[in-house]
Unconditional design. Sequence first.
Length: 169
Amino acid sequence: MKRLKQLRVMAIVTVLAVLFLIWVGSTVRATGAGMGCPDWPTCFGRIVPPFSEADLPPNYRHTYARLGYDKMKFDPIKTWTEYLNRLTGTLIGLLSILTFALSFLTRRHDARLPWLAGGALFLVVLNGWLGAVVIETNLHAAVVTTHMMLSYGVILLLIAVVSQTLPES
């Protein structure tokens, strides 16, 4: 029963993290920060994005122009907003792995738990890949929408995990 409670708590934490990520993603979309990092998985070819224009690679204007943003100027707030989106996604990936591992340990209680948590993990990985496609397609609306909708699938699967781990009354 202790593992079941741990799984339930981990699934709830992961749901809350996904809800936070949806909020961050909405902020990215509403502020136009989606191309704040014009490449993926790096940001301007770096693991940690630049804080100022002076930190940018010399060819950054060419990179923006190639993507159709030739008139766009570097905005560190947009860059870091997009980077927060990516960091939160990475955190959710780690939380999803932990949730899946705990679900595997509790499979004797309910054999569906690893399938539900594994499905959520699969959607998280798929959504991470789709995040790269969002950048590669220069924020194509259908890709952005699919990216967001997959997050709801993750939430639904994790809520099912929580539901299956609640104490029987």
